[in-house]
Ligand binder design. Structure first.
Ligand code: GLC
Length: 476
């Protein structure tokens, strides 16, 4: 089986969120489970990809890519990582920018990437059985595969899987760029247009052989108006090819037993090291050192759909209790300012760090007792799984992957691994947080809950099998 994964980010090379985690770990997990599979990944060579990797990259070839009337330089480099070949598409004009996304010409940048993905197959002579594209930045590759490249039998034989990591970002542009940038004729308007615009996600849903999203719950949710950001008509129409497969996390990278970035290693069996991690967290975040006060952590982009507004509404009521609160993340200015103010007003109880910092995040997972993630919508979510593995018991809203990964604590049967609430309501959340703190005060019950969370299998194993059987089903 030959599989080519395509995506706009992958760890350890470049990432801005969960997509990077997935593309940095799923291909390797497939390779580990199915050593005969030929697994490769293609992504842009951003200016930010470090020299550490660039130094050892092999130059495969230099070529050009056509984009309507443009002919653009395209270098192809490769790098072996964990048994997987990563291809990097080089074009400094498109990819040497201060950030991965958010340029005025993102449509053109990723149209270029889409064509480069398909040209790569021919240039390096690797025609996969399955091309697995991820999110709107690669949607155009699926579209091109079935349009401009459809006349060539080598491309026609490639099956396309398209994964939606977040339906909120669809790649929507004015129709005027269909010919001028994408180089496509008006005959494809039915495939790419939606509500009067070009919608790349829609085109990939229509053209792909299978569409997946990152949890079974989210696959149901995006067929409804509330969650779909307008696309539910299309998703309902193509629901026969839609399924949800939950993400795993990189169990080697996120392992409190071996993690060198935390104060003391620990595991579900020998968990005393977690106390030292808590003390370290008190120190680095300048919190009052009290080992019996629960620390609740939030590591998130500070934006509305992560439910920051719910937190804003009730956090002061909660801070009346004997608790401490730690926030790590960046986002909307108003929320950043709110949390900064809060930490100035409650310096012994609240610590806020406005940054995206992997190393600090691990120290927080390891030192915190609880992890708050009350998202309004959450396709999968990885933080709740990482937190569980590091013994920070998750408090989540029942949506998307949060529902699929965190089973609620049942005090009668002593089952479940976290705390959940269903309504998008600040006081429902507060009630759940207070319930969690009350369980925390009972050391015996808490320890058994925490150890159960730590032992939960969030590795890629089961999901890698699901992807493989999906691929096998497609190629018959
Ligand atoms: C997106 C989603 C997140 C998911 C990640 C990886 O960032 O918002 O829920 O975990 O993609 O699939």
């Amino acid at each position: 089986m030959k599989i080519l994964y395509a995506g706009s980010e992958a760890l350890p090379f470049a990432a801005s969120g969960g997509l990077g985690d997935v593309l940095g770990s799923l291909p390797a997990a497939i390779k580990e489970k199915y050593p005969d599979a030929d697994v490769r990944v293609v992504m842009p060579l951003y200016g930010s990809v470090s020299d550490e990797y660039r130094r050892d990259m092999k130059r495969e070839c230099e070529t050009t890519v056509r984009l309507a009337w443009r002919t653009q330089y395209c270098g192809i480099y490769s790098y072996e990582y964990k048994g997987v070949t990563f291809y990097f598409i080089d074009n400094e004009y498109y990819f040497k920018r201060p950030s991965l996304y958010g340029s005025f010409d993102d449509g053109e940048r990723f149209a270029f990437f889409g064509r480069a993905i398909l040209d790569l197959m021919h240039r390096v002579d690797f025609f996969p059985d399955v091309l697995h594209c991820n999110d709107w930045q690669t949607a155009s590759a699926v579209l091109y595969l079935r349009t401009l490249y459809g006349g060539d039998g080598r491309y026609r034989a490639v099956k396309a899987v398209y994964t939606i990591h977040n339906i909120e970002y669809q790649g929507v542009y004015g129709t005027e760029i269909l010919g001028d940038v994408f180089g496509l004729g008006t005959n494809v308007r039915g495939v790419v247009e939606y509500d009067g615009d070009i919608n790349l996600t829609k085109s990939a849903i229509v053209c792909a052989d299978a569409v997946t999203t990152v949890s079974p719950h989210y696959a149901e949710e995006i067929q409804t108006e509330f969650y779909s950001h307008g696309l539910y008509h299309v998703l309902r129409l193509y629901k026969d090819k839609l399924s949800g497969i939950i993400n795993g996390i990189d169990f080697d990278y996120y392992n409190p037993e071996t993690d060198s970035e935390i104060a003391k290693n620990f595991s579900a069996k020998a968990y005393s090291g977690k106390h030292e991690c808590k003390t370290e967290l008190h120190r680095i975040m300048w919190l009052e050192e009290n080992p019996d006060t629960p620390i609740v952590a939030m590591i998130s982009r500070l934006v509305k759909h992560k439910c920051v507004d719910l937190v804003e509404r009730v956090i002061e009521e909660y801070l009346g209790d004997d608790v401490q609160f730690v926030v790590l993340g960046t986002g909307d200015y108003a929320y950043e300012e709110f949390f900064t103010n809060l930490s100035h007003r409650y310096p012994s109880k609240v610590a806020v760090s406005l940054q995206f910092n992997k190393s600090l995040s691990k120290k927080i997972y390891a030192g915190a007792d609880m992890f708050l993630m009350p998202s309004q919508s959450e396709p999968c979510g990885l933080s709740q799984m990482i937190a569980s593995r590091y013994g920070a018991v998750a408090i989540v809203r029942e949506t998307g992957g949060l529902s699929d990964s965190i089973t609620p604590y049942n005090e009668f049967t002593n089952e479940g691994i976290g705390f959940t609430f269903s309504n998008y309501n600040a006081h429902d959340m507060l009630y759940t947080m207070r319930y969690a703190t009350s369980v925390y005060r009972d050391k015996k019950r808490w320890t058994s809950l925490m150890r159960r969370a730590m032992k939960t299998d969030f590795s890629w194993g089961a999901s890698a099998e699901k992807y493989m059987s999906l691929y096998e089903g497609l190629i018959g």
